[in-house]
Design a binder for this molecule. Sequence first.
Ligand code: HEC
Length: 199
Amino acid sequence: MQSKLSWALFFAPIVACLSMGPAQNAHSQESQPNEPRYTKDGELIHPGNYREWIYLSSGLGMTYRASATASNSSPNFDNVFVTPQAYRAFLASGVWPDKTIFALEVRAAGSKASINKGGHFQEELVSLEVEVKDKTLPGGWAFFGFGAETQPAKRLPVVAGCQACHTANGAVEQTFVQFYPTLIPVAKTKGTFRATPEN
Ligand code: HEC
């Protein structure tokens, strides 16, 4: 009896630790939400973990200019990710909450490797473009281009064209929800989907 009790006393804290481990991890992730972080000069710090965010969709060889024809034989892929807490808020409301971050990752397309006989697969990173909704910044939305680097990026000037195209053509606020198939019905149900001339 004595020895059974001491074994139980020995194991009890271990069992308690093991069962608390994952819950504690989940909690610490929740308590560190993915929000934009800036240097003291106002440059956006590279969101290193964007591939752990929610995946919205991919484009292949998308071009936005009429002169850029579809003849591009080596089109790039783009993959769009959004911060998990912003995604959950969007599902509930159809609008993006303050501190939303989007990552648009551009990757080269390959076609010849391993057993592949047709079609394309994704290869090296070409660039990372980021958009944030942040009411502490003038205009409330800001765009950043990291290229293939991870150094902090300066805010792109409003005249850079990012803002103009996104404001004029995005279906929800400044974002292209019309290209994210799982979000279209959400925005339509919530009444936030804006029909622009081209969508
Ligand atoms: C002529 C229009 C146009 C311009 C200019 C433009 N974009 Fe976009 N952008 C799009 C479209 C269309 C999509 C969605 C489709 C896709 O590419 O997957 C998009 C998607 C994005 C996304 C994903 C979130 C969203 O809004 O849907 C980011 C981030 C982004 N662009 C950043 C930039 C940055 C940074 C610039 C400027 C350097 C820029 N864009 C310039 C049209 C444009």
